[in-house]
Design a protein. Structure first.
Length: 221
């Protein structure tokens, strides 16, 4: 395993430090990164609360989808089971693996292990992109079998549920991309690391939501 960097100096060296920047990434306390901007930063709990409120809204959205699906199945005379694409199970493995790599990245950051942090974070992003690519392939597989959004009620719910999840997951991919681009600042300034925690909460939630959707589809389709 790679060694853990033991000192802030080594982290700054990896992150491109030593060029006149202090530990807060400011230039002599002036400019947009100066002490005045620091004083206006919101507490970490504000970001966490905002994230949980957003996740609550997503829960209500998918609860509505679930209720509509159950009711539609119960009253429908044209409900035809839709065989799930085989690649959907590989996609699940990729997404669950991304949660593991994100946790390894967070722990590396807590230990100031710069290289491991960036490595695991990039791998998480790659797995997330792999999941989205796999979902596109799943839709192509259904289309090749002649199963489209309007083919029957069950196929409609498959497309709606998986597409809604993929759209929300793209928000997590955007956040991961931001973390990769800002990795050096995260390493230099621990006060910026709330973004890593908030992104992890969202990403793990997306993983759990996907597992729920998969079991729902397996049970109803």
């Amino acid at each position: 395993m790679a060694t853990t960097l033991a000192s802030p100096k080594s982290v700054r060296s990896f992150a491109g430090g030593g060029s006149g920047h202090d530990d807060h990434g400011s230039h002599g306390g002036s400019g947009c990164h100066g002490s005045g901007a620091r004083g206006r930063e919101l507490p970490a709990r504000v970001y966490r609360t905002g994230m949980w409120m957003g996740l609550a809204a997503i829960v209500m959205l998918f609860a509505a989808f679930t209720s509509a699906m159950v009711v539609r199945e119960g009253i429908s005379s044209d409900w035809v089971s839709t065989r799930l694409p085989g690649i959907i199970y590989l996609n699940t493995i990729l997404l669950l693996g991304s949660s593991l790599t994100l946790e390894l990245s967070r722990r590396s950051l807590a230990r100031e292990a710069a290289k491991q942090f960036v490595l695991w974070l990039c791998l998480t992003l790659g797995l997330g992109l792999g999941f989205v690519a796999g979902q596109l392939q799943a839709w192509r597989e259904l289309a090749a079998r002649g199963v489209y959004l309007a083919t029957n009620p069950s196929s409609s719910f498959f497309y709606v549920l998986t597409a809604a999840h993929a759209i929300h997951l793209l928000g997590g991919i955007a956040a991961l991309s931001y973390l990769v681009l800002r990795a050096r600042r995260l390493l230099l300034d621990p006060r910026r690391r709330t973004s890593v925690e908030v992104t992890a909460i969202y990403w793990h939630f997306m993983d759990a939501l996907w597992v729920y959707i998969l079991f729902l589809l397996m049970a109803r389709l």
